[in-house]
Ligand binder design. Sequence first.
Ligand SMILES: [Zn+2]
Length: 213
Amino acid sequence: MSTPAVTAMQRGLQTCEVCGLLSRPLPGEHAGRCPRCDGELEFRKPDSVQRTWAYLIAAAICYVPANLLPVLTTTTAAGAESDTILQGVVLLWSPTGWPLSLIVLFASIMIPSAKIVAMIYLLITVQRGSIANNAQRIRLYRMVEFIGRWSMVDVFVDAFTAALVQLQPLMSVAPGPGLFFFAAVVVLTMLAVESFDPRLIWDAVSVKEVRDA
Ligand SMILES: [Zn+2]
């Protein structure tokens, strides 16, 4: 069984997110300033759940046009062609083989949607005060945080352009409207991950332990 752990918040201690100093705010004050670096101190990221929801919903909405609208318009001697991400994946398959095609598929379609689903799961369990699978949930959060670096717009653009250059003489490449929404998905999911406070995962357990003690 787990031993009850006292959180810094229960002791009235705050960690500075800038320099890491643990300090106690002056009595009566809601949130103070870090005595060492003057950074603003909060027990938990303010409105973490609401802000994360807002970013996630916005990301989910942008995910639809990101996949439905063309991301690139390429002009060759044969004419102009606009392709969505998925069409790009299909187009990449035959000239370059499956590895590049799969990288684009993972980086641009699977990873962003997996991130959105994972964050929704974390938010719902935190809001319901779940005390189950805490270790797995923090691992999931770390994974989403780590993977964030790999869902990049340029992965798609680079791979796609490189393949097209090999295929035929390319006259011009222009970004399509889907690229804007795709960039928005990447930025919004990064903001969602950033605004989520992983300490919330453990707060329900701490509350229960205090109640049971
Ligand atoms: Zn500080």
